[in-house]
Design a protein around this ligand. Structure first.
Ligand SMILES: CC(C)(COP(=O)(O)OP(=O)(O)OC[C@H]1O[C@@H](n2cnc3c(N)ncnc32)[C@H](O)[C@@H]1OP(=O)(O)O)[C@@H](O)C(=O)NCCC(=O)NCCS
Length: 241
């Protein structure tokens, strides 16, 4: 008797845990869908889009790839090639321009563009809102800074914007992939508070890349329908202000 009721309790607990997990994933997918529907995403992080440091006066804007001007997209592709080609060539990925361009032009791509007061383009990030290993994340595909704009806090400011967006849209992490033979990037991401993510390949695999992340939003297990729709409304309201 005692044994039977203990096992019945256990399976009830398991069913509840499974339900909560399904609910958590469904919530995550709703957040990703809502984030991808935003029409004025800049409204969520206005205060961070102006940055100045050491004679650098920078303003930033955010657009979907489909709204980006052709010359800006071409500059972003060119900067990525200048910054990353050699690094890709010296690992298993190799450099394939066509593949990179295809990735950068994916319909789900969002761009944060940083330009100097004079109009000179200085830095960008390609990022996406997505489900990754069962969690809603803001995935940072690229953060690239022109050589003359480096070591003045601009890269860090770009990450702050991404983190603010991730928090505001209820993405659990800002997550990214970094090449292990890019020590400058490793030092940069760690200085900005990024740590090895649980989805990173194990050290024994000696992979040429690692996954880093920063927690941006704690999940609330078993949220009610009401809380969920309040959140979606909040994102939409923020979007229209
Ligand atoms: C990595 C990169 C984005 C950093 O941008 P940045 O604007 O120069 O970085 P910041 O000035 O915000 O640096 C913030 C902190 O990160 C660390 N850091 C940045 N660059 C570093 C480097 N080359 N070596 C060691 N630490 C570094 C420092 O602690 C720095 O603070 P400090 O300057 O006060 O010491 C930039 O160097 C770049 O575009 N590199 C080429 C492309 C690339 O590797 N991108 C990342 C992978 S997608």
């Amino acid at each position: 008797m005692g044994k039977k009721s203990a096992s019945a309790n256990k399976s009830k607990e398991k069913r509840q845990a499974r339900k909560l997990e399904q609910r958590r994933i469904a919530d995550g997918m709703n957040y990703v869908t809502s984030a991808n529907k935003l029409t004025d995403i800049s409204g969520l992080c206005k205060e961070l889009l102006v940055y100045s440091n050491n004679e650098l006066e920078v303003s930033m804007y955010i657009q979907r790839v489909t709204d980006l001007k052709k010359n800006v997209l071409e500059w972003a592709i060119d900067l990525t090639e200048r910054n990353m080609k050699k690094l890709y060539e010296t690992c298993a990925w190799g450099w394939n321009r066509e593949r990179k361009v295809e990735e950068m032009m994916d319909d789900n791509a969002w761009y944060l563009i940083a330009k100097e007061k004079t109009g000179t383009l200085l830095a960008f990030s390609h990022f996406r809102f997505d489900m990754d290993f069962g969690h809603p994340v803001l995935y940072c595909y690229e953060v690239q800074v022109e050589a003359e704009g480096r070591r003045r806090g601009l890269g860090h400011q770009v990450l702050r914007v991404l983190e603010k967006l991730a928090h505001a849209t209820r993405m659990r992490y800002v997550r990214l992939t970094a090449l292990t033979h890019n020590p400058a990037a490793a030092a940069f991401f760690r200085a900005c508070g990024y740590t090895l993510d649980e989805t990173s390949p194990p050290k024994e695999e000696a992979a040429h890349y690692e996954i880093l992340s920063k927690l941006t939003h704690e999940e609330e297990q078993g949220q009610s329908e009401c809380q969920l729709s309040d959140c979606m409304k909040a994102v939409q309201v923020a979007n229209t202000t």
